[in-house]
Ligand binder design. Structure first.
Ligand SMILES: C[S@@+](CC[C@H](N)C(=O)[O-])C[C@H]1O[C@@H](n2cnc3c(N)ncnc32)[C@H](O)[C@@H]1O
Length: 295
């Protein structure tokens, strides 16, 4: 939420370890499937090399860590880090069940904790937008990389071009006055999913963190947000800006929830395909950067 200044990542980590973990798990078939479409483009465009040591930042369930381990082959080693221990527990269980041996997962706040290394390649799929101090966090990442190493990250582009999130927030805003995140007891996810949407600002963050040769590649997809309008409404109110407003507003939002749902159902109708699914435009940056050579 823009009206709050975050001094550390404790609140965001608590959110990711509780309500956001639960909702990400419940709607994994929507969120992770959509994120994978962006992640696949990012990895195909700038894959790790065979045998690389790889860092996966904010790795969530660890599916990208497993994917990177497969792309870089059996001689590679991937370390997935996430501040939320419930994601790390799930990632460890899933990699073990899949029999993937060249990955490991650790609980770590990327901004403040040692990330080991040195790594040849760092990757993040929507895992770098929640830092209270993005320069400190990205500098910590850079310090874990060897000279000449590559960073590839997927971040949301501007909200306006992510129509289901943008327009569902507009609906909620019509019914609920913007809550003050400083006063609400509900946990927020920190600076939020669109904090790296501005390429100039994000480029400056990476430059200040010690990276060079930044590139921004725009990728647009049609994002599946529900098998029918009812599921798309649940999704809008589960994760993202509309959901965060509703959580922070608490009783004020609960009182008008039927009206919000009614308007969101109507909105979903605008995005319904002939097959009945709800599909809306979505857009992300694939950002790449490089650590300068030594000397
Ligand atoms: C939107 S989810 C993306 C998860 C995963 N990369 C994916 O694409 O499915 C953001 C992830 O970043 C993690 N995260 C947020 N702040 C973090 C921090 N300071 N250090 C490490 N991980 C963090 C969250 O716990 C969460 O798993």
């Amino acid at each position: 939420m823009a009206d709050k200044v975050y001094v550390d990542n404790n609140e965001a980590t608590a959110a990711w370890n509780t309500v956001l973990f639960d909702r990400f798990s419940q709607y994994r078939h929507i969120f992770v499937v959509a994120l994978k479409r962006f992640g696949d483009v990012a990895i195909a465009g700038q894959p790790p090399r065979s045998g690389d040591r790889i860092l996966d930042i904010g790795c969530g369930f660890g599916d990208t860590a497993q994917q990177l381990a497969s792309v870089a082959g059996p001689e590679s080693h991937v370390v997935g880090v996430d501040a939320a221990e419930r994601f790390i527990e799930a990632a460890q269980e899933e990699a073990a069940a899949a029999g993937v041996e060249n990955v490991e997962f650790r609980v770590a706040d990327v901004q403040t904790e040692a990330l080991s290394g040195p790594y040849d390649y760092a990757f993040a799929r929507m895992g770098t937008m929640f830092f209270a101090n993005p320069v400190a966090a990205m500098r910590n990442v850079r310090q874990s990389l060897r000279p000449g190493a590559t960073l590839v990250m997927v971040v949301w582009r501007r909200k306006l071009d992510n129509e289901w999130m943008y327009r569902s927030e507009e609906v909620v805003d019509r019914h609920v006055p913007k809550p003050n995140a400083e006063e609400s007891e509900a946990l927020t996810c920190g600076p939020g999913p669109f904090s790296m949407a501005n390429a100039d600002t994000t480029g400056d963050v990476l430059k200040a963190a010690g990276f060079e040769q930044m590139t921004f590649r725009r990728v647009d997809i049609d994002m599946f947000v529900g098998q029918d309008p009812a599921e798309a409404v649940e999704v809008a109110l589960a994760l993202g800006p509309a959901a965060e407003t509703v959580r922070l507003a608490g009783d004020d939002a609960d009182r008008v929830r039927p009206l919000i749902e009614q308007d969101l159902l109507a909105l979903a109708g605008e995005y319904q395909t002939a097959a009945g699914e709800i599909v809306a435009p979505a857009s992300a940056w694939i950002v790449s950067a490089r650590v300068p050579d030594a000397g």
